[in-house]
Design a protein around this ligand. Structure first.
Ligand SMILES: Nc1ncnc2c1ncn2[C@@H]1O[C@H](COP(=O)(O)OP(=O)(O)O)[C@@H](O)[C@H]1O
Ligand SMILES: O=P([O-])([O-])O[C@@H]1[C@@H](O)[C@H](O)[C@@H](O)[C@H](O)[C@@H]1O
Length: 368
């Protein structure tokens, strides 16, 4: 080991080993536009988040359930339920992909894999837990168990407030206070919601119990805590597919906190990964040079912040010294390493027949 800084970085990486528990099912995403399948992809918040974690070299434990039909190579092996199929979402983008928000996306859960129960979770303790279901797989008792075994739990509201039409699986949202998760809010650390989801909770009430992060597409995000709030700057992006933006944001945000950043810097990292995610269809590939720059700068920021603030395990909400420069650095790093145009194209299946065979999509379930 060379320098002291290298040794410190190595030690902190070692300490991060499996300190994070991600809970949520992988799924198959079928993206549909004008009644035609445009792309099929590995999906689920767990896949987008672990993709970001892999990018910044954070290892984790991941609990996810799939059916035998699940064929994607993934870093964290899911539990295979032989009697059920993998969760499938059809995303309809009939109003076009280049809109500025997600209201043009209609989601239908057309297949639901098993729920994740408390007994599916490991018996060990974790510092951070992420409750990131997409298809209703996380039960209130599962979240409660996560709270028991993790020092701090980060929950995506989409895991808590989704309901599914009994006929065609259309995703509807219900008020957070009407769910069995509501009494658990004072025991979680951070609740993340998109601006469309945030209207299903009383932010002013919930911020008294836990930190609330509301993402707002190309406008970035806002962090609310008990006695303060802060808007976090966005990054410019050419949006191709909004799928997974919120998940990639959450991955970047928690990755920042795991690495010891203050909340505003971590949210900036979230905005960076959200913006990179919308530029590609499906699971994004990150440029390795960009990742290296980001990792180096995060280490540097961490050290710099330690000089100015006491290091403890509490979330630090105030904007740290040099926050604007961190944004400027990331904007520049992003510009130096733009993604290639090829990576932005739809990953079109080679034939409609192939897609139908892979995902058992028939005319009847596409048209409802
Ligand atoms: N068009 C965009 N340009 C730049 N950043 C974006 C864009 N869309 C999303 N993001 C980033 O991704 C984050 C999550 O996106 P958002 O659309 O709010 O969530 P969700 O995917 O859950 O609906 C945003 O806070 C922002 O940082
Ligand atoms: O786009 P986003 O809101 O961040 O998250 C998405 C979920 O809402 C969707 O149910 C799932 O199928 C996607 O793979 C992705 O996880």
């Amino acid at each position: 080991m060379g320098t002291t800084a290298e040794a410190a970085a190595h030690k902190s990486q070692q300490q991060q080993q499996s300190r994070v528990l991600i809970v949520g099912n992988y799924c198959h995403d079928v993206l549909i536009q004008n009644n035609a399948v445009k792309a099929v992809s590995l999906g689920g918040a767990a896949s987008f988040i672990s993709n970001v974690f892999n990018g910044v070299s954070i290892s984790c434990n991941l609990v996810s359930k799939v059916g035998e039909d699940f064929k994607y190579p993934v870093s964290y092996t899911p539990i295979v339920i032989h009697t059920l199929k993998t969760t499938v979402f059809h995303s309809y983008f009939d109003l076009g992909f280049h809109g500025n928000d997600h209201q043009d996306r209609i989601l239908k859960r057309v297949c639901a894999c098993d729920t994740i129960r408390p007994s599916d979770l490991p018996d060990t303790r974790f510092k951070y837990g992420m409750a990131v279901g997409v298809g209703g797989e996380i039960l209130p008792e599962t979240l409660e168990r996560m709270i028991e075994i993790c020092d701090v739990v980060f929950a995506d509201i989409q895991a808590l407030i989704r309901a599914f039409d009994s006929v065609d699986g259309t995703v509807k949202l219900v008020k957070l206070e009407e769910t069995g998760f509501y009494p658990l809010l004072p025991r979680i650390g951070v609740l993340k919601a998109s601006s469309e989801e945030a209207v299903f909770m009383d932010v002013e009430e919930v911020r008294k119990w836990c930190c609330v992060v509301v993402t707002n597409g190309k406008h970035g995000c806002k962090v609310y805590w008990k006695d303060g709030e802060l808007g976090i700057s966005p990054f410019l992006a050419n949006q191709e597919d909004p799928t997974g933006a919120g998940d990639s944001f959450f991955g970047g945000f928690v990755a920042g906190l795991v690495q010891g950043l203050a909340v505003p810097d971590a949210a900036l990292l979230g905005n960076l990964f959200g913006s990179l995610s919308v530029e590609q269809v499906g699971l994004p590939k990150f440029d390795t040079r960009l990742l290296q720059r980001v990792k180096d700068e995060v280490q540097r920021r961490k050290m710099q912040c330690l000089l100015h603030e006491r290091s403890d395990d509490e979330l630090k909400f105030l904007r740290p010294v040099g926050h604007e420069q961190f944004h400027t650095f990331l904007v520049a790093a992003r510009l130096i390493t733009p993604c290639s145009i090829e990576e932005h194209q739809w990953n079109s299946p080679s034939s409609a027949m192939e897609t139908e065979q892979m995902f058992h999509i028939t005319r009847s379930n596409l048209n409802y």
